[in-house]
Structure formats: C-alpha cells, structure tokens
Design a protein around this ligand. Structure first.
Ligand SMILES: *[C@@H]1O[C@H](CO)[C@@H](O)[C@H](O)[C@H]1NC(C)=O
Ligand SMILES: *[C@@H]1O[C@H](CO)[C@@H](O)[C@H](O)[C@H]1NC(C)=O
Length: 991
C-alpha cells in the first residue's frame, strides 16, 4: 500500500512527515536508464544498417559435446574484442526444453549467475536416456551444428552466432537472428587524473540538455575505432548514472546483456507479467502512444498505476509465450536484474520480433518448444514448479481493509457478515495493528487481546491474515531488528554499512533473505510450539496467516521507491543483480515459517505483492494498489490471465479497487469479477469510506449476498481446479488461445475465460449500465446459461452470442459436456461445509448424451493428501450402447483407482491406495442430494440406481432442443438419489 502523505504518527519519536507527490516520473523510462538507452540504440543502428551482422561467433575448434550429445559447449568471441571470450553452453533437457547459457570467461569480475537457481525447482536433467536420441551433430559443411529430437530441430550457426528452433522445417524461435546479442564484457574504469575527475581530454559536458536530471553528466567519446558501428560512440552511463536526486555508483561498470528473440510465424505474444496491459502484448515500437517504451520488468511500488501501459509493476516473470494456429512456443529468460523488452509485430501480424535488454547477469535462457499451450505450461512447470494445493480457506472470500482498527472492530465485522448471511472466511489486518509498525508486536491500546480476538473469529470457522512487512524499524527496543543487526544479516550499503531507508516504520533496515543465516532465524520468529529460543510471536494462533507487502522492496526515500542498486547482498552481489528475486525470497521464507510453526506441517497461506518466476511455489499474489475505476476493474482480468500463464495463477486484483470510493454498481460488478478469480479479496485504502458488502441497502445487499454464496457453492469446483493446476501447471483461468489454440479469432480475447477444466465460461461485465454482454463461442457446442438454462449454440467457425447481464447477474455459461459439483447450503465460512451434500449438474454436450467432470476433496489443511488421504471422484455420463434411444448411464468412479498401474498419481506417491483412507472415511456419509441433467432430448421413462431402487425425478421440457438456435434447455432433476459421494455407483436413465 502507499499513501500520498505518510501519516504523522505521534508515537514515533522524531517523526518526519514525508510528503510524496507520486507521479509517473518517479519511475524511469527507457531513455532515463543508461543500459536501456544503449540497448535500444544498438537496435536502432542495426535497423539502419543493411549490412549489419552480429560480431559474435563460435570459435569452431572449441565446439565439444557431452557424452550423451545433449550438451554443447563452445567458445564465443566478438570480432570487436578478440581478446575477450565467452563460454556458450546449449543443453537439450529431458523434456525437450533447450537451455542456452553464456558467460564471460575469466572476466575482470563475475556476472551474477544465480537467478535460475532460485527460480528452478532443481537442476534440470539432460536428455540422454531416450532410445531414439540422436544428439548434436556437426553439419557436413561445418559452420553449423544440429540436433533433431521430439519433432523439432535445433540449429546453431557459428558465424554469426545464431540459434534457431525449427519444427517441420519452419522457424519457431530465433536467437540473435537480427544480431542484437551484446554481452558487455567487464572493463577497467578509465584512469582518473585526480579524485573523481575523468581525463579532461575525454570529457564532454552535457549540462542541462536532454531530459532533466536523467542523463549522466559526462559522456566519454569513444576514440575513433572500428567498434562504434556496434557499441556506439558514447560510453553512455558506464560508471555512474543519476536519476532525479539519486546517483547510482556502478563499481562494476557496464555489464548489460542485450538479445533479440524472434518468433517467425507467430502473430501473438503473451506473458512477461506484471503490466497493466492486454493479454496479447502490443508492439512497443510503432504508433501506440501508450506503448512507446519497452515493457519493463523491475519490481516496484508504483503509485496509482496507469491502466494501459508497459510500466513495470510489483512482480516480474520473464516468461513469454508466442502463439500461432500451428504451434505455441515459449521462452524463459532467467534474469533477475532490471529488464526491458521491446516487441515489434510484423506488418502482416504473422511474426513477432522481441528485444530483451537487461542490466546485468549471465545469459540463461530456456526455449520451451511446445507445441501446444498445455505443453508449454508443462515444460515451464517442470522447470519452476507449480502452485501447490493451497489451504482450502484461502480460496474462499477474504475481507480486508486498511485498517480494521481494533480487536472489537474485527469482531464486529465478523458478526455483521453473519447478521446479513454473507459468507466470509478471512478477516485481514493491515499495518495499524502493530505498535509503531514494529511487526509481530501488537498495539495493545487497540489490540489488547489478539489471541482471544483470533479465537473468537475462529469460533465460526474463520481465519485471520495479519501483515508482516520486510522493513524493520531501526530501534534497539525492537527485538526483531536488534537480532537481525546482531546476526549481520541486514542488506548493506555500497560502503559496507547496514542500509537504512524510510518506510512505514520510519527509519528502517531490511533483512537480506539471500543470507542463509536469516532463514531459520526468520522461521523461529513464527513458532507456535512454545517459548523456544528466537520465538517472537507469543500473541498468535494457528488460525492467523500472513501477508507480505512492500517486498519489492518499497523504500519511500529510495530511487524509484526502492533500494539503491549498489546496495550489497549476501555473496557480495549488488542489489541490481538480484532486485527482481528479492521479494520472492522473502515470500518463501515466510511461507516456510508458517508451514513449520506448529507441531505438524500445515499448508501455509502467505500473500505477497512482489514476485518472480517460481513464486507460485510460495503462495498467492495480488495485483497491488489498483484504483476504484472501471478501467482498473477491466484490466485486472488480463493481468490475472497474464500472471496465470506465467505460472503465478493464484492471483487476483483487490475487489472494489484500493483507492477511491466506487459506486455501488461498480462494486457489485467488481464482486462478480472477484468471485470468478482465483484469489478473491476485498480491500480498501485508509482514506476510503467503509464498503463492506453488508453496509449496502437492497437490492444491492442481496446481489452481494448472492455472488458470495455463488462463490461458496462453487468452492468444490475451485478446489478441484487448484488440484489440477498443482499437478499440471495449467492456469486456473484459461484464456481462449489456451483452450482453442487453433482458433485465430480468439487469440486476442482477454475479457472472457474458462475456469480450470470445469467448462465454466465467464464474461464479467466491466462497464457501467450494461444490460447484456456479448460472449464469443469458439466451437460447435451447446452452452447453457448457469442461472436459467438458456441455451446458446456455438459454431465451428466461431460465433458471438448476446447474454442478458442485468446488474444482478454475471454472464456465466456452462460448456456442453461438463459436470460440476456444488454445495448449495449457505454457510458462514467454508470449513462449515465439510459434511454438506453435493449437487451434480450435468450439462450434456450437443449430442445430448455425454458429459464428464471430476471432484477432488481432502482435509484442506495438512499434507496428508500426499500420503493418499483424499477422495478424487470422476463423474461421467454416456450412452449404454450405440443404438438410438440408448439409456444413459451416469458413473461415479474413483479416479485414483482408474490411474492405478501408475505408482504415481498426479505427482503423489500412492503405493497402496486405499479408497477407504481416513479422510474418505471422514466424509463417508456425505451424499449427493440432487442431480440435474440439462439438455436431454426427450423425457426419460425411468431413472434408477443400477442394482438399486428407482428414483424420484421431475422433467421440465425444454424449448432449446437440437436444431434450435436458442430456447431453454430441458432439465431432468433427480431428487435425493441417495448415493454417496465417495462410493462407486451408476444411475441409469431409460429414454
Ligand atoms: C591506469 O593506471 C594504472 C597504473 O597507474 C595502469 O597500470 C593501467 O594500465 C592504467 N589503465 C588504463 C586503462 O589506462
Ligand atoms: C526457500 O527456502 C528454503 C529454505 O527454507 C531454501 O532451501 C530454498 O532455496 C528457498 N528458495 C527460494 C526460491 O527462496
């Protein structure tokens, strides 16, 4: 969170009133960042020079292969600096991913090479045990080496260096095809005559010209030599750079990395979150005035961000998908330093050229060969992991505000939800619960009884989330700071002293979570097992979970509201090298701490604002401090989709917008958006009016209640979807290109999406005054309105249908062929639903005979599921035989048993799966209370449980049968079928 004025807190001794007018110009544009200027200038020279050719080449005699021929190493040299060498290594990994690494050999200094090791779950294995494996082979003519495997071919040309991935002879990914690769080697700083002055002969003042305060004050002219065509004439910002009032000392000098990554034959690129932009990324070179700068990845606390811009936000994932009707490919560029990405679409939209410019780090790039979006998800998940199955409460409804001001305020909020029959699982506390923003320490004036408060909230099944931020108030009476200082685990300034900056707690220090000594110490702070050494949170309970905000990190008086780049982390690395990873390490350690705090491991919940590739392993994120405007509501959807395709699928935008006072229409629509996002939290700034949903009058109050209850009734669907993503890495929210990769008309659609594999298609309304919504249907399939069984028919060539969308209704369709399990009894909080019965709704496909779906259940809080304590049920309806008027049979099946024969089901080791495991037993009496079948062609003659009794049912004839474009679907309702959810059974519908 951010405020324009840091509130004067009279408790703070020596308080300073910080006044910021945060504006876009607090953050750099490319032209204000020296290495970005250099990178873009290189691209400019290349585009203006018809005979441009990369100076980088492989020294042919140095090429060698690993014994399995899946790894190539070679020495690379640039013609411009014959004495400087680089080591290139190209690995073909087990899953077909290509890893390309390059680093300077014996450089004056060392480039940061650990970004991938933080992002990856483990060191990926080489492809070598494949029977038909034929690895790298030198071409007959020399000058090129090739490897063909798994339907693709990798070709590495020596001079100029170029790496191409081909499929069926078609180029898919090309590295350095345009010759923009430049790894600036380490150099010696030019000698200075006396203190601080550079040699006058090479000085050229730039004074106040250009953008104010942005250019380095001095520019050295390259002595006339042959390099200028490539590196340019100016040594622009090599050794020092100023921005506004900050000077970045650059003791290591220039070390940027530029690389062109082109996607011939692919017209759309997606990913590289987080930006407030469309899912299909626009060109940054061209006419669009919003996108004249490259997309930037540099985690920042961006105040009141623009809803349509390439400006970097709180998290960075350098993963990009490139897509065409023929194939999807991806690249993961494992760099943790500030990175800018130019995107240039071809005029015919059939190819995309990208240019990645990073400030530091080795080249460590993964080519994900696809060829489908699902393959790319699996390949990326095999590298960086998936979202683990969250604690069940975490997928329910969260209520937050800066701030619920006292423990009684919290009790009242919890009670008010009950009085108005609105379900909520979690009440959140922002920073004001803590004494002087010394996190872990409750402000006893307002929160005298935190344990009793948490227990009161927990008595109706609810949890709390409390914020712990990374800035530590620098005062010796704050034990967390004092211990961190004594342990020497604080981030350092360039001169080696502990870094000091300003944040909520006033003068603050930051723990260096790159320092392994910080890990156990941090875990112990959260311990619930008693007064062990290092235990700091006496007043907590196991129903209190954690929120990590401000972890970019946000530093109010730092350059671009963050830490100076020349600050020093563990191992001597500069902050510039690790900036984008910083927030992930904090998130990880808090997550580990919460997981281990009790006597038994429990699934943690930690929300983070900052993130990087791999952060999905540690919890959820939200899209930061959005505004209560329609534009921000709308852009939250593509932002969540983009995060999802980059692995960070447990994400959501603050419902209602953090800033401002949305009117009630906007708020109702926003709850509809939130209820169909993975992370569903309402939150508001301290200056806003209270806007908890129970505060509103009818008819809106009922609309809020209905949407909250809808979320709760669908929690089994959401939990099942989370199980799937935890195994496959497929996003929870699936954009059109993911579900229909060949349908070109859907490639740019990002305002409607499917939820998991449930078949739910959502098109939230994000503009005022809507009465209808247009929904695009990409296939020849029947869709059913979720609420009134209205039928919509798609077409193979794609078609748009108009769906009623009055304020009370979110446009929500069931895809024909799906079965969804819901729980329809309203409860105050999700744990109270554990023994509630299920309703199965079967949406028959266009043939009127088939559908399927699954349902996953476990205890929702421990890791017992990894030992097989779970129920995973499949429901499937299909004709009994192929003849006309065949009876339909609905099967309830144990999906784990169906997978038997594999010793691993979904990554879970199930050696001796027991369908009567303790968890399944605990819900043995949970039954199906209702089954609805939509879209039967005719009224059944009878319905009975196979081997059992006849069932009671009603049939409502439809008007939207086959051949009709629209109308209402027929509905067979089976009441009280008496079947149990964890048992196998069949129900036969005689037609
Ligand atoms: C700078 O000076 C040192 C010694 O004074 C000398 O060894 C070195 O070569 C000089 N470097 C350059 C780049 O002129
Ligand atoms: C997460 O923390 C564990 C130790 O608690 C550590 O082994 C692991 O490397 C960390 N990973 C990241 C990405 O921080």
């Amino acid at each position: 969170m951010r405020v324009i004025t840091l509130l004067l807190n009279s408790i703070l001794p020596g308080t300073i009133l910080l006044s910021h007018a945060f504006k876009a110009h607090d953050f750099k544009t490319c032209s204000q960042s020296a290495f970005c200027r250099r990178g873009r200038a290189l691209a400019q020279r290349a585009s203006e020079n018809a005979s441009w050719s990369s100076p980088y080449h492989i020294d042919a005699e140095t090429v060698s292969f690993s014994p399995s021929q899946s790894s190539l190493t070679a020495r690379v040299t640039s013609f411009l600096y014959p004495e400087i060498h680089f080591q290139l290594q190209v690995d073909i990994l087990k899953n077909g991913v290509v890893r390309v690494r390059m680093d300077e050999i014996g450089g004056l200094r060392k480039r940061y090479d650990e970004a991938a090791s933080w992002a990856l779950i483990s060191e990926p294995a080489l492809r070598d045990d494949d029977l038909n494996w034929v690895g790298f082979k030198k071409g007959k003519k020399g000058g090129v080496v090739k490897a063909a495997y798994g339907g693709v071919e990798l070709a590495i040309s020596y001079s100029p260096l170029k790496i191409t991935l081909l499929r069926n002879g078609r180029e898919e990914v090309v590295l350095n095809g345009r010759g923009l690769l430049h790894m600036e080697h380490f150099r010696n700083k030019p000698n200075q005559t006396d203190e601080g002055e550079e040699r006058p002969s090479e000085l050229e003042g730039e004074g106040g010209e250009g953008i104010e305060g942005t250019r380095e004050q001095t520019v050295l002219k390259e002595p006339a030599n042959g390099n200028a065509w490539f590196e340019g004439e100016e040594k622009d910002g090599y050794w020092e750079e100023t921005f506004l009032s900050w000077t970045d000392s650059k003791p290591k000098g220039p070390e940027s990395l530029s690389l062109d990554v082109d996607f011939p034959n692919h017209g759309h690129v997606y990913g590289i979150p987080q930006h407030a932009a469309s899912l299909s990324l626009p060109s940054t070179i061209g006419a669009n005035p919003h996108f004249s700068d490259p997309f930037r990845l540099y985690n920042g606390d961006v105040f009141e961000y623009d809803a349509d811009s390439p400006v970097s936000l709180y998290g960075s994932i350098p993963l990009m998908h490139a897509h065409s009707a023929e194939s999807t490919v991806g690249i993961f560029n494992a760099l943790a330093s500030e990175t800018w990405i130019d995107i240039l679409g071809s005029p015919t939209n059939t190819s995309i050229a990208t240019h990645w410019i990073s400030e530091s780090g080795i080249l460590d790039l993964f080519i994900l060969p696809g060829p489908t979006p699902d393959d790319v998800f699996a390949q990326y998940a095999s590298l960086t992991g998936t979202t683990p199955l969250p604690a069940h409460f975490a997928i329910a409804h969260h209520q937050c505000r800066w701030n619920y001001v006292s423990s009684d305020d919290v009790r009242t909020v919890s009670k008010r939800f009950d009085e108005d029959d609105m379900p909520v699982d979690v009440i959140w506390l922002d920073i004001e619960y803590s004494e002087e923003h010394k996190y872990f320490i409750w402000d006893e004036k307002t929160f005298p009884d935190p344990v009793e408060m948490a227990n009161d909230v927990a008595s109706v099944g609810r949890k709390m989330v409390v914020i712990i931020d990374p800035h530590l108030k620098r005062t010796s009476d704050y034990p967390v700071f004092a211990e961190a200082e004594a342990k020497k685990i604080l981030v350092k300034k360039a001169n080696g002293e502990d870094y000091e900056g300003w944040c909520w707690s006033g003068s603050s220090a930051w723990v260096d979570f790159f320092h392994p000594d910080s890990w156990e110490w941090w875990h112990k702070l959260f311990s619930l097992t008693g007064k062990t050494e290092g235990w700091r949170w006496a007043k907590s309970t196991d129903t209190i979970f954690i929120w990590n905000d401000m972890n970019e990190p946000s530093v109010f008086n730092g350059p671009e509201i963050t830490m100076p780049k020349d600050s020093i982390h563990y191992g001597g690395w500069e902050h510039r090298d690790v900036h984008n990873i910083n927030g992930m390490l904090y998130h990880n350690q808090t997550s580990q701490a919460v997981m281990r705090r009790g006597t038994e491991l429990k699934r943690p919940f930690v929300l983070s604002r900052s993130f990087f590739a791999g952060s999905q392993r540690f919890g959820a994120i939200w899209t930061g401090d959005n505004l209560g405007t329609w534009e921000h509501m709308a852009v939250g959807i593509p932002m969540t989709l983009s995060n999802g395709i980059a692995g960070m699928t447990f994400a959501g935008a603050d419902v209602g917008g953090f800033f401002g006072n949305p009117d009630v229409e906007m708020l109702v629509r926003w709850y509809q958006v939130g209820a169909f996002g993975p992370f569903f939290r309402a939150h508001a700034h301290i200056d806003t009016k209270r806007r908890e949903p129970y505060l509103y009058n009818e008819p809106h109050k009922s609309m809020f209640r209905d949407i909250l209850r809808l979320r709760y009734s669908l929690l089994p669907m959401w939990y099942t979807a989370f199980r799937e993503t935890s195994v496959t890495g497929l996003p929870l929210l699936r954009p059109h290109y993911v579900v229909f990769p060949k349908d070109t008309r859907g490639f740019a659609i990002d305002d409607q999406y499917y939820v998991g594999s449930s078949g739910l298609l959502v098109k939230p309304v994000t503009s005022p005054g809507a009465e209808t919504a247009d929904v695009y249907l990409a296939e020849d399939e029947v869709y059913y309105d979720y609420f009134d069984r209205q039928v919509y028919r798609g077409a193979a060539s794609g078609t748009t249908v108009t769906v009623p969308a009055p304020l009370s209704k979110i446009p929500l369709l069931r895809r024909g062929g799906s079965i969804i399990s819901t729980r329809q009894r309203p409860r105050r909080a999700s744990p109270l639903m554990k023994n509630d019965p299920f309703t199965l709704t079967i949406a028959l496909d266009r043939s009127g005979t088939s559908a399927k779906g699954d349902l996953y259940l476990d205890d929702g809080e421990t890791y017992a599921f990894e030992k097989g304590e779970l129920a995973w049920r499949g429901f499937r309806i299909s004709p009994e035989h192929n003849k006309k008027n065949s009876p339909l049979v609905l099967h309830s099946e144990d999906l784990v048993t169906l997978h038997k024969g594999n010793d691993v089901v979904d990554g879970v080791q199930i050696k001796s799966w027991d369908p009567r495991n303790a968890f399944a037993q605990s819900i043995a009496r949970v039954y199906v209370e209702r089954i609805a079948v939509l879209g039967l062609e005719k009224e059944p003659k009878s319905v009975n449980v196979v081997g059992g009794k006849g069932l009671e049912w009603t049939f409502s004839k439809g008007t939207g049968a086959k051949g009709k474009k629209t109308g209402v679907a027929s509905a067979l309702t089976i009441k009280a079928p008496g079947v149990l959810v964890v048992e196998d059974w069949q129900i036969r519908i005689e037609l």
